[in-house]
Design a protein around this ligand. Sequence first.
Ligand code: OGA
Ligand code: MN
Length: 196
Amino acid sequence: MLSAAISAALAEQGWCIVPDYLNAAEIAALRDECLGAHTDGAFHHAGIGSGTAEIRSDIRSDQVYWIDEAQISPALEAVLARLEALRLTVNRELFLGLFDIELHFAVYPPGGGYRRHLDRFRDDNRRTLTIIIYLNKQWTPADGGLLRFWPEESGHPIEIVPTGGKLVAFLSDRFWHEVTPARQQRVSLTGWFRRR
Ligand code: OGA
Ligand code: MN
């Protein structure tokens, strides 16, 4: 019934935080998978914009690894099944017409961040609902790497600590956000539900 609660929060305010979306075993499995692929050199520097993206490490300094749904681990399959349940609920309740999801692991190196932005590209408006699931082992506010998030465009931001297992969801075109510089390696699974 978690999907219903997330969907209700999205209908009410457009964003939501679920502190313990994943349990400790799920976090560990996904984190190992992510860092294993990272060690194997499967990641590349994330770009900005869509298509042949431009690399701008002054804007964002994470490395990403796009997930191929044709060959995924049991741990990812379990998370994808829950996200699929969420997609169906959100479509039923909010009429968002979410069609598919694109998903990547992201690793920010120490010192890395992502400047203030919206998640919708100028030339591609399919990204509709952003999902971020943190895979960090231990994290305190002093470790930086906070998700600074503006619930209202002109108001004050809130700062979200990227604690392992936490899910953050928000409408991709509505909320400005940034990642403050991380003081240690910061790991997440990030996805966007898209419309056609
Ligand atoms: C992104 C993003 C935030 C985070 O990848 O677009 O804003 O907390 N990530 O990882
Ligand atoms: Mn973003």
